[in-house]
Design a protein around this ligand. Structure first.
Ligand code: K1U
Ligand code: ZN
Length: 190
């Protein structure tokens, strides 16, 4: 087997390790009330390999969590990118770069969770149907009509890009109780 110059391991091993390292990355998810969750994400100017690698890492992070969505904001990257997969089989990844919700209609109320606020589930009222325009991983524009849980998920993730966390829809009383609960939880974890 060929050895890399000066290195004790074979070239094949080095290349395979680099390839593996480039396909596997679970990113750290910011935890509420981290201030960085309130950063407004910037538009992606050019969809390129760096964007696609981030999308891949975000998808891995979402599936590993596990979750049904993730916004770049949550992994401390302040660019307008979200990934969503609400399928039971976890094989229907949707990627939205620079998503814009063009239309909202109807109303639904349902329980939401957030990987940045683990263990907290609260009811939120959202539009029932939306139409969203975005770029795909090739930089091509597409429009998707969504309803029900998929629509909820997309709205939740787009909110993250605007620096909004779902708990901010709750009453002030509920929010202060939640902050106290999270503080206590953090104290106990130390
Ligand atoms: O943005 C996030 O933090 C992801 C979040 C998305 C979401 C869930 C529910 C309603 C609206 C948006 C989550 O994925 S929380 C985890 C979760 O809901 C879940 C986890 C495992 C299986 C099924 C759902
Ligand atoms: Zn969330």
């Amino acid at each position: 087997m060929t050895k890399a110059h000066g290195a004790p391991w074979p070239v094949k091993f080095c290349i395979q390790s680099i390839k593996l390292a480039s396909i596997m990355a679970i990113l750290q998810i910011l935890q509420y009330p981290d201030e960085r969750l309130h950063t407004i994400a910037k538009k992606v100017v050019q969809v390129n390999d760096v964007t696609r690698k981030l999308v891949q890492d975000m998808a891995e992070t979402m599936y590993a969590a596990p979750g049904v969505g993730l916004a770049a904001t949550q992994v401390n990257v302040h660019e307008q990118i979200i990934v969503v997969d609400v399928s039971e089989t976890h094989d229907e990844l949707l990627v939205f770069i620079n998503p814009e919700i063009l239309h909202r209609s109807g109303e639904q109320e349902g329980e939401e969770g957030c990987l940045s606020v683990p263990g907290i589930y609260e009811n939120v009222r959202r539009a029932d149907k939306i139409s969203v325009r975005a770029l795909n991983q090739q930089g091509e524009s597409f429009t998707l009509d969504a309803e029900g849980f998929l629509a909820v998920c997309i709205q939740h993730e787009v909110d993250h890009l605007h620096g909004r966390v779902f708990v901010e829809y709750l009453s002030q009383l509920k929010q202060s109780r939640l902050r106290a609960k999270l503080k206590k939880r953090r104290r106990e974890a130390m």
